[in-house]
Design a protein around this ligand. Sequence first.
Ligand code: HMG
Ligand code: MG
Length: 300
Amino acid sequence: MSHSYPKQVRIVEVSPRDGLQNIKQNVSTDVKVALINKLCDAGINDIEVTSFVSPKWVPQMADAADVLNQLPSRDGTSYIVLTPNLRGFDRAIESGAKEVAIFAAASETFSQKNTNCSITESLQRFEPILLKAAELNIPVRGYTSCVLGCPYEGDIDVSEVVRVSKALIDMGCYEVSLGDTIGIGTPTKARDMISAVVHEVPAEKLSLHFHDTRGQALANIFACLEYGVPNIDSSVAGLGGCPYAAGASGNVSTEDVVYMLHGMGIETGIDLEKLVAAGHYITAQIGGQNNSKIGAVYKN
Ligand code: HMG
Ligand code: MG
């Protein structure tokens, strides 16, 4: 195939949500807000800041409203929040959310474990959210999880990834983020998946949300960039993981993605030095390990 890398990539930073949701110890609202501000200062314009899920399911996100309320409004910055159902959407809107994300899966078992409903039921659950969001002019992002494999079912049929992703777009999502939830894919598998999805959903409406559990994320991203996908979800310091995906570890590190993209001559608008500092800030605060290779090279 001919290589048509995008000239510019939009990074969707997910560390305040995906990065922190799996951490058992309490992370204060102040620390979350400080992290988000540092990420914005580094030039990130799209950032998933929290989730309005059931606090019984994900206690770390119980302060979602407080996080959102403490963020300054910034021109050109979109604070995205994850919402699993209409209840979560309403809570988000009451708290001033201007953009939301909904999440479905290409695996029946993961759908049940993560959201206590089937894939079909989850899509039905999203319908009233999309209707209300359209009335309120709220952009909605969609996720398809388990696109390269499932922690419970193993291999996932690519046709199911295509079906769910297309359904999310048809319902009104402006973009679908393709989640390798447990970082299990390899580049040729990622290429097979993306080449099937771009037949039904244009590359510009796709984002790559790859966890790096097995060190494959950058290679998988590179394989998909060749198809012109211009959006990448990543997490500073490589934080991340879903509590309902056994064995899932961090998202691909934003620092490493930005380093790779800049090295390829692809613009992100992000200041790598400030980004690295944000990664060191959050790892110091939570006492965790910085999983970014670039973070380790540039210790500040
Ligand atoms: P359920 O137990 O079936 O729902 O959970 P329910 O309607 O029976 O409600 C249970 C309780 O939660 C009730 O409280 C509800 O009021 C309350 P009670 O009456 O027992 O006191 N509740 C809520 N509270 C606040 N906000 C809400 C809400 N909804 C219900 N929105 C549900 C169903 C979907 C709620 C649950 O399964 C859930 O919250 N799941 C979210 C799990 C999650 O956050 N997972 C991580 C994010 S997804 C991810 O990480 C993957 C991703 O990164 C992509 C990738 O990597 O592939 C996106
Ligand atoms: Mg994830």
